[in-house]
Design a protein around this ligand. Structure first.
Ligand SMILES: Cc1cc2nc3c(=O)[nH]c(=O)nc-3n(C[C@H](O)[C@H](O)[C@H](O)COP(=O)(O)OP(=O)(O)OC[C@H]3O[C@@H](n4cnc5c(N)ncnc54)[C@H](O)[C@@H]3O)c2cc1C
Length: 391
């Protein structure tokens, strides 16, 4: 692996850093705790600024309005954007739209691209990804999938119950995972416009962290008719495509989380260098210095794992093992580092005067969503036990 940042990525990184420092971090003060997100007015204004600075959809090819970064370049840029919890949305590269763009880019037909992908890339519409179901349906174990699609004439009739679908309230369309004819091997992705008869957005589920645009929603599908032309990929390709989506999407999560972990330590450092306790600066106390050292080590380890995973994916190799390592490591690091940052900043860190408490609550989901830590450990161990992976 070559760790040198190419000059074009480095100059873009500096542009992104300036945008995050000058525009996004000050705008975090618009965050509305009652609705759990940025109000629409400031959010749209910030998005216009991202476009005018040439920082819109950085992950897309240049032919599609992006910056033409490969996954390693994306890792560098997304970890800069991640320093502000609003910047990924402002640049139209936050979950779930970013992962859904990737999937549509890979698998959508020309008609589907025109109808869904193009307006999504322009930020004219939003989307959601619907996989998780209440028990006994799919959660950590996707093989428990219950949502079913029955072929009737030239339509598929969808029935099912989903939840925790990020962004679904107000989304224009959903990508829904369902079994065709109750056969798990025929799991398929369907593009479902949210104005389809029989579809209901039941509620935005109240959660511990922020909601983002569109919340985390419970959904019902009751005899929703989906035309054949709205299959994403072919019947039976659902799990292969979901891996195509989730692999890079897990990594882009890691990249954003690393940015947030770095910023939280910067906030803590600023405090520790000013605050005096027991006759010396907080930063001079060994107990505090160790927290900084441990955080720096863990962030660097996570960054290296993320870069290696991006490098493996870019080379077209099977990256499941290293992606699971990166996702497990970075999600746990994020939670530990934020906890330390709050400890170092004391009551100020616990208050809403800083944004650490908000990000701390959001961060807890990182160890559950997109595969809980235990599932990633299981994936790693399976690879090792079958001899496919080595120590
Ligand atoms: C903020 C947030 C956003 C989300 N966004 C989306 C979205 O947009 N679309 C979507 O489809 N889903 C989404 N999810 C759902 C998420 O992907 C699931 O929560 C996750 O897959 C786990 O499923 P579950 O919650 O049903 O947990 P369960 O399957 O009930 O598992 C519960 C716990 O069991 C443990 N466990 C599971 N397997 C093992 C094992 N093999 N060994 C040991 N322990 C194990 C884990 O600790 C796990 O947390 C989101 C979740 C959150 C919290």
């Amino acid at each position: 692996m070559d760790f040198t940042i190419p000059p074009d990525v480095e100059s873009l990184r500096q542009k992104v850093r300036a945008f995050v420092e000058e525009v996004c971090i000050p705008a975090e003060n618009y965050y509305d705790y009652d609705i759990g997100r940025l109000p629409d007015g400031p959010a749209q204004d910030l998005r216009r600024q991202a476009k005018s600075r040439g920082l819109w959809t950085p992950h897309l090819p240049t032919s599609e309005g992006g910056l033409g970064l490969d996954l390693v370049g994306t890792a560098i840029i997304f970890s800069e954007l991640g320093r502000s919890f609003i910047a990924p949305y402002v640049c139209n590269c936050d979950a779930p739209d970013e992962g859904n763009m990737h999937l549509l880019h890979l698998a959508a037909s020309p008609e589907q691209k025109k109808r869904f992908y193009e307006p999504l890339c322009k930020g004219e519409i939003r989307s959601a990804f619907a996989m998780t179901e209440p028990a006994p349906g799919a959660g950590a174990d996707p093989q428990s999938l219950r949502t079913n699609a029955e072929k009737k004439g030239d339509v598929y009739v969808l029935n099912g119950h989903k939840w925790y679908c990020t962004g679904a309230n107000g989304a224009n369309f959903l990508i829904v995972m369902a079994k065709v004819g109750d056969s798990f091997r025929r799991t398929t992705m369907f593009l479902v416009p949210t104005n389809s008869p029989g579809y209901t957005m039941v509620r935005e589920i109240g959660v511990m962290g922020s909601h983002g645009p569109g919340g985390h929603c419970e959904l019902k599908f009751e005899n929703v008719e989906v035309p054949e032309s709205m299959l994403l990929g072919r019947v039976g390709e659902g799990f292969r495509l979901s891996q195509e989506r989730l692999g890079p999407a897990r990594l882009t999560h890691c990249m954003r989380w690393l940015g947030m972990a770095r910023r939280s330590m910067e906030i803590a450092r600023e405090y520790a260098l000013k605050r005096e306790v027991f006759g010396s600066k907080l930063a001079d106390h060994e107990g505090i210095q160790w927290m900084f050292a441990e955080s720096a080590l863990e962030i660097e380890q996570g960054f290296m794992l993320t870069l290696k995973a991006a490098h493996t994916l870019r080379a077209g190799e099977d990256a499941r093992h290293i992606i699971s390592m990166a996702k497990w490591s970075v999600s746990e690091t994020l939670c530990r580092v934020l906890d330390r940052a709050i400890q170092i900043t004391g009551s100020l860190g616990y208050s809403r005067d800083l944004k650490l408490e908000l990000v701390y609550r959001d961060a807890r989901a990182a160890r559950i969503a997109d595969g809980p830590t235990e599932v990633h450990k299981m994936v790693i161990a399976r690879g090792l036990m079958t001899g496919k992976e080595s120590f």
